[in-house]
Design a protein around this ligand. Structure first.
Ligand SMILES: *Cc1c(COP(=O)(O)O)cnc(C)c1O
Length: 212
C-alpha cells in the first residue's frame, strides 16, 4: 500500500468529498491494512469478488459496487452494498426494484467518455426515462450520478466531461430531491480535476494499492 499517496489524497480533498478505496483484484490483507488506517469505504467491480470479500471482512465496511452488474446477479449485490454506483439501464434498475426487500441506494451511471466500452445512460436517456415515469421507485433510491471520463492526458477534455456530468446533476437535482447528493467522479488519474468540477466522491484504486 502506498501510504504517502493515501495521506496526500486525504489531505487534499475537502471534508465534503468522500474517498472510496477501490480494492478490486487486491487481496484481503490489503483491505485489512487500509481498514486499520480508518478507511471504511471500499469499491469492487466484480460481483463474485465483492461477495467473497464482504463475507470475511468486518461488517462495518461500506461496500460500493462500481462495476457493470448482470441482472441475474442483482440479488447477490443488493444485500451487501452500501451504494451501487453502476445502474446503467432502466432494465437493471427494474431488476433491483424486484429484488429489494429493504431500501437500496443507487447512482445512475452516465456515459460521458469518448470510449464506447464504457457503460451508462446518456443525458437524453435519463430525461426520457424520467418523463415516462421510470426510475422513481421509493425502494430503490437514486442518490446521484457516477461517470468515468475518457482515459486521456488531455486535462481540458476530462474537465469538460466532468463539467457536463455536474450540469446534468444540477438539472436532475430538483426532480430527485434533497437525498440526491452524490456526484461520484474521479479516479487515480483524474480525481483532482473531478474535485475541482464538483465531485463529492472519488473512487481511487491504483494510487493507493498499486497497479493491477
Ligand atoms: C477500477 C475503477 C476505479 C479505480 O481506478 P484507478 O485508476 O485504479 O484509481 C474507479 N472506478 C471504477 C468504476 C473502476 O472500475
Amino acid at each position: 500500500m502506498n501510504l504517502e499517496a493515501l495521506s496526500k489524497i486525504q489531505n487534499s480533498i475537502p471534508d465534503s468529498v468522500k474517498l472510496v478505496a477501490v480494492s478490486k483484484t487486491k487481496p484481503i490483507e490489503d483491505i485489512h491494512e487500509a481498514y486499520h488506517l480508518g478507511i471504511r469505504d471500499f469499491g469492487e467491480n466484480r460481483v463474485q469478488e465483492l461477495v467473497e470479500k464482504a463475507s470475511v471482512l468486518p461488517s462495518d465496511i461500506n461496500w460500493h459496487a462500481i462495476g457493470h452488474i448482470q441482472r441475474n446477479k442483482v440479488k447477490l449485490v443488493t444485500p451487501i452494498s452500501h451504494l451501487i454506483h453502476s445502474v446503467d439501464s432502466t432494465r437493471l434498475y427494474d431488476s433491483i426494484v424486484k429484488c429489494a426487500d429493504k431500501r437500496v441506494d443507487v447512482l445512475l451511471q452516465i456515459h460521458i467518455a469518448e470510449e464506447e466500452t464504457k457503460h451508462g445512460f446518456t443525458a437524453k436517456e435519463v430525461h426520457e426515462a424520467i418523463n415516462i415515469g421510470l426510475l422513481i421507485n421509493p425502494q430503490v433510491r437514486i442518490k446521484g450520478l457516477m461517470g468515468m471520463a475518457t482515459f486521456t492526458d488531455d486535462k481540458k477534455r476530462v474537465a469538460s466531461e466532468f463539467r457536463g456530468l455536474g450540469r446534468l446533476f444540477d438539472e436532475l437535482q430538483p426532480f430527485f430531491g434533497e437525498s440526491f447528493d452524490v456526484l461520484s467522479m474521479g479516479m487515480s488519474g483524474d480525481w483532482r480535476i473531478a474535485v475541482d468540477e464538483g465531485s463529492t466522491l472519488i473512487r481511487v484504486g491504483s494510487s493507493i494499492f498499486g497497479s493491477r
